[in-house]
Write a protein of this length. Structure first.
Length: 235
């Protein structure tokens, strides 16, 4: 085949095969992201994968043309265009990551965009087997692993904000009430407002994800009943 000889020109069948594999990979992985309602879904993954594939075909063509030019010492680097593509896809991936308070979303989508670009580069450079192996690994990671993750005990992190008067219960007692229901305290931040005669405590806590709803109710009930407590917020 043409990719075994870098000097030989790519025929239409070879180009269509590479682009076809890139489009198929983008379609499969894009469907998974689209089904979860992510911003970078089906259209984005197909475009990113096919674009990187076409860029590698062009890069290979530039290199081949330089080899066919007699008397020239110029030899373009076939990896330079690929490096530029990976840099550019980083900006696209960063735009997919959203932070909402303590929750960060879009990391997997950004990883898919980066991974799909690598697959496009592999298919575009003619390394079909490498691209197929990568696609199969991505399919396993996106479609099979989520079902396995359901059986993994995960930690959950949250922030409990308690606003109370200066004469309310002590900080140690609040910590004791939090830890008494099974919540592990990681860190605490203090804010004393002497003019308003109030203090705000932000407790960074840790617990098991499957216990979140139960512990949230228990923490709220325990703290609201404490003397001097004005407000309790879980975030």
């Amino acid at each position: 085949m043409a990719f075994l000889n870098p000097v030989a020109a790519l025929d239409l069948k070879e180009v269509l095969m590479r682009v076809g594999f890139a489009m198929a990979a983008g379609l499969i992985l894009g469907l998974e992201r689209e089904s979860h309602g992510r911003a970078a879904g089906l259209k984005t993954t197909i475009l990113a994968c096919v674009a990187s594939c076409l860029a590698m075909i062009l890069s290979e063509d530039f290199y081949r043309e330089s080899l066919n030019q007699v008397g020239t010492a110029m030899r373009p680097d076939r990896a330079r265009l690929a490096a530029g593509i990976l840099t550019g896809i980083g900006f696209l991936g960063a735009g997919a990551i959203i932070r909402q308070g303590t929750l960060v979303r879009g990391v997997t989508t950004a990883a898919v965009l980066w991974f799909i670009t690598i697959l496009g580069l592999a298919f575009g450079s003619g390394h079909i087997l490498i691209g197929v192996i990568g696609t199969l690994i991505a399919i396993f990671a996106l479609f099979a692993l989520p079902h396995m993750e359901q059986h993994v005990k995960k930690d959950y992190y949250a922030t409990v904000t308690v606003v109370l008067g200066l004469n309310g219960i002590s900080d140690d007692e609040i910590r004791g009430r939090l830890e008494g229901v099974g919540v592990r305290v990681q860190r605490v931040c203090f804010d004393y407002d002497l003019a308003a005669s109030s203090r705000t405590l932000n407790w960074d806590v840790k617990m098991r994800r499957n216990e979140v709803f139960t512990l949230t109710r228990q923490v709220a009930e325990n703290l609201i009943a404490c003397p001097g407590v004005i407000r309790v917020k879980w975030g």
